[in-house]
Ligand binder design. Structure first.
Ligand SMILES: NC(=O)C1=CN([C@@H]2O[C@H](COP(=O)(O)OP(=O)(O)OC[C@H]3O[C@@H](n4cnc5c(N)ncnc54)[C@H](O)[C@@H]3O)[C@@H](O)[C@H]2O)C=CC1
Ligand SMILES: O=C([O-])CC(=O)C(=O)O
Length: 340
């Protein structure tokens, strides 16, 4: 339970409103994968989850049987890999987390996953639009900069798009940034709150150290690079066996917990996320990751990027160019390959 306490502790100190709704079904699509399994375990340890629905094209019921023996109160059910199984897993869900999709191998960029993962995410989005149109949808599958716009387009096509309920999970970027800073400064990472904005790949990941406890780090190019390419470090070390799974499960569980805390009435819950955002719409960029205040209806408020220094301004410019292309690619995919 220590891990769960560490992941969920922040929320326990805050007050809940009287109208809090405390029943929460959470669905994991891709539950038998490298991320899906530890994520399902962490969700089973979260007392805010009352029903856990685990779906995968292979192995969902096995993971569910295993996790269901963990002695916390929530019920766990695994679903058959059929359209009916998927629909049942989604029905009545409050939060759907999607780590379904292939991971990188050394030498690949996240964009190299597009050809495989775009259609996986499109088809799962269609199922969500049909069976859980009002759920909060948390996208982990890469490339996040393109898969989130894919989900938005599918929902728009079905007339059920609610921009307040769609989240690209970028939590791992702030988790890494706070850990890497703590290693350099010899501090507790729990005290290091690093804002990371932009997107979730390479130069679209923009850490804003000028806004942190250590503004001097803004000129530390090695650190900036490590945050932007932290995923590559894991891909290289796993040497063909995939990408980050355990740290990602922790980050995904933290994001799901934040959404649940806000849904259950807690005020002032802020997490970073890649969302439909007004911040750079005037430049034709419809999605952007920044700090987001969560509420009972999903996105409550998108916080501005805030002041940045000259180094960060350059990073932001590089980010926006790539991001625009990644988003356009997702939108174009659904236009040319609509879900059946
Ligand atoms: N957002 C982020 O920060 C991060 C994202 N990722 C991404 O998460 C994704 C998953 O990574 P891993 O869990 O390591 O991969 P994995 O290959 O271990 O697991 C993926 C799972 O998805 C399942 N799956 C495939 N198609 C499916 C479908 N149509 N419906 C349901 N399940 C389906 C597979 O059977 C498998 O169990 C990758 O795209 C990876 O790049 C990974 C780390 C961080
Ligand atoms: O690097 C990858 O491919 C997986 C990922 O998104 C990350 O670890 O941040």
């Amino acid at each position: 339970m220590f891990a769960a306490r560490a992941v969920f502790a922040a929320g326990q100190r805050r007050a809940f409103s009287a109208s809090a709704r405390n029943l929460s079904k959470v669905t994991v699509l891709g539950a038998a994968g490298g991320i899906g399994q530890p994520l399902s375990l962490l969700l089973k340890l979260n007392p805010r989850v009352t029903e856990l629905a685990l779906y995968d094209i292979r192995g969902g019921p096995g993971v569910a049987a295993d996790v269901s023996h963990v002695n916390t109160k929530s019920t766990v059910k695994g679903y058959d890999p059929s359209p009916a199984g998927l629909a049942a897993a989604l029905k009545g869900s409050d939060v759907v987390v999607i780590p379904a999709g292939v991971p990188r191998k050394p030498g690949m960029t996240r964009d190299d996953l597009f050809n495989t993962n775009a259609s996986i995410v499109r088809d799962l989005a269609k199922a969500c639009a049909e069976s859980s149109p009002e759920a909060n949808i948390l996208i982990i599958a890469n490339p996040v900069n393109s898969t989130v716009p894919i989900v938005a387009e599918v929902f728009k096509g079905r007339g059920v798009y609610n921009p307040k309920r769609l989240f690209g999970v970028t939590t791992l970027d702030v988790v890494r940034a706070s850990r890497f800073v703590s290693e350099i400064k010899g501090t507790d990472p729990a005290d290091e709150h690093i804002t990371v904005v932009g997107g979730h790949s390479g130069v679209t990941i923009v850490p804003l150290f000028s806004q942190s406890n250590h503004p001097d780090l803004t000129s530390n190019a090695e650190l900036v690079n490590r945050v932007q390419f932290g995923g590559d470090e894991v891909v290289k070390a796993k040497d063909g066996a995939g990408s980050a799974t355990l740290s990602m499960a922790m980050a995904g569980a933290r994001m799901a917990d934040a959404v649940l805390r806000a849904a259950q009435g807690e005020k002032g819950v802020v997490e970073p996320s890649f969302v439909d955002s007004p911040l750079y719409k005037d430049q034709g960029i419809d999605f952007f990751a920044s700090k987001v205040e969560l509420g009972p209806n999903g996105v409550e408020k998108i916080l501005p990027v805030g002041e940045v220094d000259a180094n960060e301004q350059k990073l932001l410019e590089a980010c926006l160019g790539d991001l625009k292309k990644n988003i356009a690619k997702g939108v174009a995919f659904v236009e040319s390959n609509p879900p059946k």
